[in-house]
Design a protein around this ligand. Structure first.
Ligand code: AQP
Length: 343
């Protein structure tokens, strides 16, 4: 990292984050991202939230499902509490500057940096020769998403920390290579009880939209019965819950359920354990199911209502894209000028 470059504190605070419309939203997306986006919006800092459809197609997406998932994600953002008048909501493909800056960053980022990314290793698996070039270059496009708005803060779940760190490296290398202080060194914001919600079937795996097992996740569109059934069947151990967080060490599945409870109820882990310590899972799981239904049902109901008028959703996205471009266009133009493009 170049010591001489500007830090994010020299730039006007601005928040950017995104979610892929690569399937239905999960409780992991809600607690790790959306709930926190809403809290950020309420602080009054300018906030930009994107449906990163260009990222989604780094692995195959059925076109009709992608269209639907993009609209459903927009509905999910709004149903969770994002206000399209206060925050900018749009889909990435409608702001072509993302792909344009992404190309510049493809030329700044190094192959070795990309090869170290754990998401690349996880998603490409053993068959890297058959993975898309887009999947490999994913973090450079993500850097463009963030830096196109000179975003200073990026709320993400734990799994995206490495990509935000790479964004910082790209900004620093660009600034250094061209002798400018143009891009901020953005800060990842990873806070709260649920920055890493785990699979209900395996406490060592992240809860994910693309997990082949539907029982591994709570979908934001699941009804009360499905939520209760999945929590009832969630993997646990035979011990009662401890009274202190120390007692959750080496108990990944138990810790995950307590984390979810804490995040849904805006409590700390210790506050939850003070109430439920000593209880068996047969008693705790129905409490968690009831809480999850109470918190998620209004959101899924509102999502279903919003999805009845997809024209209105498309209008919100179009308006968001126009507002996003007002910020993005001058930053891309200045980037081109710095790099030496004639135009
Ligand atoms: N399980 C999780 N716990 C906490 N945060 C999570 N996020 C995702 N899963 C969890 C956060 O949600 C934001 C958007 O993530 P994404 O959907 O763009 O990409 P992802 O992290 O790859 O999510 P998935 O569900 O695993 O998608 P697929 O299966 O398509 O790859 C990010 O801030 C992420 O941290």
């Amino acid at each position: 990292m170049n010591e001489a470059v500007q830090t994010s504190s020299d730039f006007t605070p601005r928040v950017f984050s995104g979610i892929q419309p690569s399937g239905g939203l999960t409780l992991g997306n809600y607690l790790g991202a959306m709930k926190r986006f809403v809290q950020t919006q309420e602080t009054g800092v300018q906030s930009i939230y994107c449906m990163v459809d260009l990222h989604a197609i780094t692995v195959w997406q059925d076109p009709e499902k992608l269209r639907n998932a993009t609209r459903e994600l927009c509905a999910g953002y709004i149903a969770s509490g994002l206000d399209p008048k206060k925050s900018i909501l749009f889909n990435q493909s409608q702001v072509p500057e993302h792909a344009q800056l992404g190309w510049i960053f493809n030329c700044v980022a190094r192959m070795g940096w990309m090869q170290r990314m754990t998401q690349w290793k996880d998603k490409a698996g053993k068959n890297t020769q058959n993975a898309s070039l887009g999947l490999f270059a994913y973090p450079a496009l993500m850097a463009a998403d963030i830096l196109l708005y000179h975003a200073t803060h990026v709320p993400v779940g734990e799994d995206q920390k490495q990509h935000v760190e790479l964004t910082r490296d790209i900004a620093a290398k660009f600034n250094h290579d061209y002798g400018v202080d143009f891009f901020p060194i953005s800060e990842p914001v990873i806070e709260g009880a649920a920055t890493r919600v785990m699979s209900l079937r395996d406490g060592s795996k992240k809860m994910s939209k693309s997990d082949p097992s539907d029982a591994s996740r709570i979908n934001m569109t699941d009804d009360a019965d499905a939520i209760a059934k999945k929590i009832r069947k969630a993997k646990t151990d035979a011990e009662p819950l401890p009274s202190e967080s120390k007692g959750l060490e080496d108990r990944a599945e138990a810790r995950n359920l307590v984390n979810i409870f804490a995040a849904l109820n805006d409590q700390s882990i210790d506050q939850v354990l003070a109430d439920v310590g000593g209880k068996q899972f047969s008693e705790f799981k129905p409490m968690l199911a009831e809480l999850a239904v109470e918190k998620l049902s209004p959101i899924s109901g509102e999502m279903a209502r919003l999805m009845q008028d997809t024209k209105e959703i498309d209008k919100i996205l179009q308006d968001g894209a126009l507002r996003a471009r007002e910020i993005a266009t001058p930053i891309l133009q200045e980037t081109y000028r710095i790099v030496g493009m004639v135009g």
